[in-house]
Structures are given as C-alpha cells and as structure tokens.
Ligand binder design. Structure first.
Ligand SMILES: [Zn+2]
Ligand SMILES: [Zn+2]
Length: 378
C-alpha cells in the first residue's frame, strides 16, 4: 500500500498547492481509491472564489472515478452487493450522512437533509483520514461511504460523470411523482419535458429524459454550441433564447412546440439563472411540474408572482443532490446509452495538477463543460 499521496490542496479560497499527504492504514470498512480523474463543477468554482464557509485547507474533488487500490478487511462488496477487489473501476458517492440526527432517523430517503452531513471534496485535510477528495492521487472512502463498481467494459473516465448525472437523474425523477402519467399526473413515456440550460446537468437531464421515454425533450439555452450538443444528448427540439423578444415571446415559443400549445408536462430548471426560474413558472402546462436544480449555489434573486403558482395549480419541486443509490440509476443509464450519446465530449479540458488554475478558469467561463483534474497527469 502507498504511504504518501500527492494532492492538490486548496490552502485558502483561490490558493492551490500540491502537497504530499499521508495515506493512513485502512479501517476495516474503508476503501482506498487511486483516482484517475475528478471534475470541477460549479460548486468547486464557488469554493475557489470564497463563496463557501469551509475549514481550509481542503482537498477538493467530489466528482471522481478511479481504480480500487486496496480494501479494508471487512469489505467484500460495493453498495449494490457486487463483489469488489483491488483493480476494479469504481466511483464513490461523495455525501456521507451521520445516521444519528432527526433527519437521518425520520427522513432517510432524503440524505441531504442530514444536519451533520460530510461531503468528500469539501473537507479539511485535518479531518478524519485527510485524503477525502478527488484532487488526490489516492483518496480514502471511509466505512460510512457508498461506492459503486463500474462495468468492466466502461471507460473509467465516464465514472466521473456519475455524480453530476445523479444530480440530473434525480431532478428528472422529481418530476415523476405522483406518477400516473396517463391521468396527466407526473410524467412518463411519451410526455413532454423542457430543460432550461444546456450545461452539464441540463445535458445529462436530457439524456435521462431520453432514456425514460419522453416524447419531447425541449432544450432551452442561449448558446448555439450548447444547443447543438443538446441534440446529441437527446433533445428533440432546440430553443435559442436569443431568437425571442423577452419572457412572453419565449414562453409562447416553447408552448407552441407542445401538443395543444399548452406547454410541457414538466420543466427542469438547470440554468442556475434567477430569470430562468421566473420563466420556469410560466413554461409548464397548467397542472404541470417545475423542478429547480440549477441554483445549487447562490446566483441572485428574481421576482415571482405567487398567484401564478396557484392559478396554474403548479407543482414546484427543489432537487438537492440525490440519495446514494441514485448512482445505480446513473451507472445503468451510462451503460445503456454510452454508444449512443457522446458523454465523453463533456470532458473538453483535461489537466494535471500543474494547470489546475486554468481548469477553474475554463469551468467558470463556460468554455469547459467539465474541466477535469488528472492526478497522474493527462
Ligand atoms: Zn458537483
Ligand atoms: Zn444525520
């Protein structure tokens, strides 16, 4: 077992340094992962800019995949029950709950409500075993973690999409309930879904909608390049916001694409722009659903008219991360669609530790869909 691990540590917001951290002995239920790559997402940029109240130094990286280097004496299977051994490709659920608080005891299906939740990639190097993040040659997933083996024939890099894909598939599934699609309650096969924002989460939500049998997948964005990628990710209709003259015109344009011109059955707001939420209240048909997933990090406010929510008898649902077994859904979706959808095109800026700053910049500017850090080099 390795004794040391090179890690890209954020000493303070915006300050990155390569440090050598100790690899501690494994507890019986721990696994040690040799990280292949780790994505930079919006929340990482937020941390980089000082928007998060964390205890630094932090080993960032919560969207990662790699190969099992070693397992503790009690580890026989992954969280799905598949046997695991060193050498297997793996991805780890970053969120870890306490199993003790009121929420863990009373609402276990919503683990993000846990009041003592830890998330790998946001933890101090001083905390527990130290190497709890993906920007590290080796990372330890401790015994409370859920982790999933990737199919043997899946490129390990796709494993780094399982986390954002889980954000997307859960947001999509939030639109299902109460789930009698024939009675136009919830959504199902053949129904119409619009997705605002063709960034990584939006694109992945489109692939989820396609896999789930949506009849229409309407992509709404203002950037032409993203809209053309949306087509590859399952969008059946593309709406370029810049072709329309204000909210009313845009809303009319989207509704005209749907049967009866009433609007989509469900709308997923994945743009993370406050105005998109305001539009998102108007876009679905009456009695439809709006899922808000885009505003994970604060990006401003918007004015809404609550009367419209009542008048439309609208269901609005927030979607924060996902329960651990959402990873099963996402791995199976990747496996099912990996030959059809060019998932790997999202990784359009790959760097080693040395160029990490530029990767944050590219992710922030939107030039990178998912910039990735490769601890052992590109
Ligand atoms: Zn993320
Ligand atoms: Zn808890």
């Amino acid at each position: 077992m390795p004794q040391k691990s090179d890690a890209l540590v954020m000493e303070e917001p915006g300050e990155l340094a390569v440090r050598q951290l100790d690899v501690p002995d494994l507890e019986p239920k721990d696994i040690l992962v040799k990280v292949e790559l780790s994505g930079i997402c919006g929340s990482d940029v937020h941390m980089y800019e000082g928007g998060m109240d964390l205890e630094f130094p932090v080993v960032p990286g919560h969207e990662f995949a790699g190969v099992i280097e070693d397992v503790g004496s009690d580890v026989e299977t992954d969280s799905r029950g598949s046997p695991v051994e060193p050498g297997d490709k793996v991805t780890v659920v970053p969120g870890v709950v306490c199993n003790e608080c009121w929420y863990c005891n009373n609402v276990p299906t919503r683990p993000t409500t846990c009041k003592n939740r830890d998330v790998y990639g946001f933890m101090s190097t001083e905390y527990r075993q130290g190497i709890h993040g993906g920007f590290s040659e080796y990372m330890i997933a401790d015994g409370r973690s859920s982790f999933y083996k990737l199919p043997d024939d899946m490129d390990v890099e796709l494993g780094a999409l399982v986390e954002p894909l889980s954000v997307a598939t859960r947001a999509f599934e939030r639109a299902y309930s109460p789930g009698i699609p024939d009675a136009r309650e919830g959504i199902g096969v053949g129904k119409s879904v619009a997705i605002q924002g063709a960034g990584p989460v939006g694109l992945l939500a489109m692939s989820a909608a396609q896999a789930a049998g949506a009849g229409q997948v309407i992509a709404v964005d203002a950037i032409e390049e993203r809209l053309s990628l949306a087509e590859d990710f399952g969008a059946t209709h593309l709406v370029d916001i810049t072709d329309f003259d204000g909210d009313d015109d845009l809303i009319r344009g989207v509704k005209e694409l749907t049967p009866g011109n009433v609007g989509p059955d469900a709308v997923i707001e994945a743009a993370g722009i406050p105005d998109a939420f305001r539009q998102g209240i108007e876009l679905p048909r009456d009695g439809g659903t709006l899922v808000e997933v885009g505003h994970y990090a604060y990006s401003g406010e918007t004015e809404v008219n609550p009367t419209r929510v009542v008048q439309k008898d609208l269901d609005i649902r927030g979607s924060l991360a996902y329960p651990p077994n959402q990873f099963e859904t996402s791995i199976s979706l990747l496996d099912q669609l990996k030959d059809e959808i060019p998932f790997d095109t999202l990784f359009n800026y790959k760097v080693g530790f040395d160029d990490a700053e530029s990767a944050y910049e590219k992710q922030k500017s939107g030039e990178a869909y998912r910039a990735t850090i490769h601890p052992s080099g590109v």
